[in-house]
Design a protein around this ligand. Sequence first.
Ligand SMILES: N[C@@H](CCC(=O)N[C@@H](CS)C(=O)NCC(=O)O)C(=O)O
Length: 198
Amino acid sequence: MITLYHKPKTRSTRFIFLLEELEAPYEIRIVTARSRDGSGAIDPANPHPHGKVPAISDDGVVVFESPAIALYLTDRFPQKRLGPLIGEPERGAYLSWLAYYSGVLEPAFVSKFMNVDVPRGTAGWVAAEEAMPAVLQRLRPGPWLLGERFSALDVLYGTTFALFAQSPILPKSPVIQEYVQRIVSRPAYARAMAREAG
Ligand SMILES: N[C@@H](CCC(=O)N[C@@H](CS)C(=O)NCC(=O)O)C(=O)O
């Protein structure tokens, strides 16, 4: 049984979506976490080293950080084909864009949100203005980041773009709008939203 350490309406919500896509047996354990306004506290029950969400435990095996959890879960339920496995040619792109999500895209978005210039040659990421064209180029052939194959990448990127749909951080592009529409139209997304709402 998988336990998802979760705080509603945060980065852990997308893992309810992924677990629904995988039709995995799971339970949700609501934990407290610190909020932007200074309220909230780390929950000692949460195994993430900084008390962040998401984290999961799979019969005692703990995994934290979104790309690691996505990879763990798609490897754990290989029959669902939501992530290319070792030996499949798409595995390289899968790993690369998983790592890119938290190594480049999120820092790029946060830098832009905070009005911080990204120092080229020093930062390990690039500005959002440079990152987004690369993502768009990948997405343009569609319908998913791995082409015809829906994967956990789309859970990460799609839910992020859905969240920032109205924000100036995201370029206005029909490619993104249609992608977000495809994501939020998935039955597992609706089930996840219903489950989170209780
Ligand atoms: N790098 C982490 C980020 C997780 C994260 O920052 N989650 C937020 C909620 S959206 C959180 O738990 N914040 C509480 C805190 O920073 O203490 C991941 O991608 O999983």
